[in-house]
Ligand binder design. Structure first.
Ligand code: ACO
Length: 335
């Protein structure tokens, strides 16, 4: 059996910076509340009229990752695309990426696992490489949240935490079984689906019916989140997923060189850091700058940490995420 290792990383965020101060002009909120509860100072939101979409940002991040892998688009055998905010209801972003990057007729699969999307995407790609089916897989997480958020005071509990952006990794075959993805761990608990959800449009709430109803009080278009409940589950599941990954590989928390948690909330990351007694060099957070970019967050943070030289050869890198579904998981990597 082969192993898969990351050979290229890239990320892209829109230029437009939206500060907490900017948000306070749209809704009843303030910088102090947002920073105290979430750690977020600013996020990027696609500006009206920009060419950026979920797929376009994914393509921009992908071009960087492919080049850094020392490959060309023609070396890529397969695409795995994670997002909760696809450009179309269908088809998914994977085929758009295949077209935008002019990648022959390689297969493309879409992952619908929200904040755990990139973890699931990595795991799916890893299986295809381990079995020998593919050599180089493009794994992408991208989100265009700002187009679908409720920017009135009604939506403030959700809207202030989300940002737009994309990240991409090239996963490549290696015959060195001591390096690369050691294991991945995926979970779900659908009974909590409605605690973090966008209900419409959906097969049950078709757009024309919604327009006909024209009910301005209908909040089902916007994300609903039971924030406290999600928070409480997140801290538990993050920890479980990390422990599961460590135990599978006979490792201890002290072996972690770099933890990249999904950037849901700085307080969640800090809780996990404290629980595993990690010092500040063993965890990387950038939610302060980008907010929660859902399926893009782990890969954006991983890429940035790597660009800053915080990840070195042979380091034990742990990726972990929790999100809507609920879904959660981890990926353990020997760099
Ligand atoms: N500005 C000012 N006040 C606000 C805002 C805001 N933006 N949002 C809510 N409030 C008010 C509320 O109305 C409430 O007022 P009340 O006490 O008078 O009713 C008060 O602040 C407290 O609100 P809570 O929702 O209890 O605040 P909490 O401390 O729980 O923080 C937060 C909210 C930041 C959303 C937190 O619960 C959280 O981070 N949850 C987890 C997020 C997460 O991990 N999501 C998973 C990934 S996302 C995905 O999968 C798509």
């Amino acid at each position: 059996m082969y192993n898969s290792k990351i050979t290229g990383l890239g990320f892209y965020v829109p230029e437009n910076v939206v500060t907490n101060e900017d948000l306070s002009k749209m809704m009843d909120t303030n910088d102090e509340w947002i920073q105290e509860r979430t750690g977020i100072k600013e996020r990027r939101w696609i500006k009206e009229g920009s060419e950026d979409t979920t797929a376009v940002m994914g393509a921009k991040a992908s071009r960087i990752a492919i080049e850094r892998a020392g490959l060309t688009k023609d070396d890529i055998d397969f695409i795995v695309f994670a997002t909760l905010s696809p450009d179309y209801y269908f088809p998914g972003g994977g085929v758009q990426l295949q077209e935008m990057l002019d990648m022959r007729t390689v297969g493309a699969v879409d992952i619908r696992n929200q904040c755990s999307g990139f973890i699931y995407a990595m795991s799916v790609a890893d299986q295809f490489i381990k079995t020998g089916m593919y050599k180089n897989i493009l794994v992408v997480g991208s989100e265009f949240h700002s187009g679908g958020l409720d920017k009135s005071t009604r939506g403030r509990g959700v809207t202030v935490i989300f940002g737009d952006g994309a990240g991409a990794a090239v996963l490549s075959r290696t015959e060195d079984n001591t390096k690369g993805i050691l294991s991945s761990h995926l979970h779900s608990e659908g009974k909590h689906a409605k605690e973090l959800i966008v209900e419409s449009p959906s097969i049950m709430h078709w757009v024309p019916a919604l327009i006909a109803e024209n009910d301005e009080n209908d909040e089902s278009y916007y994300p609903y989140m039971n924030g406290t409940f999600v928070f409480k589950n997140a801290v538990v599941r993050f920890s479980e997923a990390i422990i599961e990954g460590l135990q599978t590989n006979n490792l201890e928390a002290t072996d972690i060189d770099m933890l990249i948690p999904h950037q849901a909330n700085l307080r969640i990351s800090q809780f996990v850091q404290k629980k595993f007694k990690l010092n500040d060099d063993q965890i990387y957070n950038n939610i302060m700058k980008y907010g929660n970019t859902t399926a893009a967050s782990v890969i954006i943070a991983l890429t940035e940490a790597w660009e800053l030289g915080k990840i070195k050869d042979n380091d034990l890198v742990v990726l972990a995420a929790f999100g809507s579904g609920f879904t959660w998981g981890s990926v353990i990597i020997r760099w």
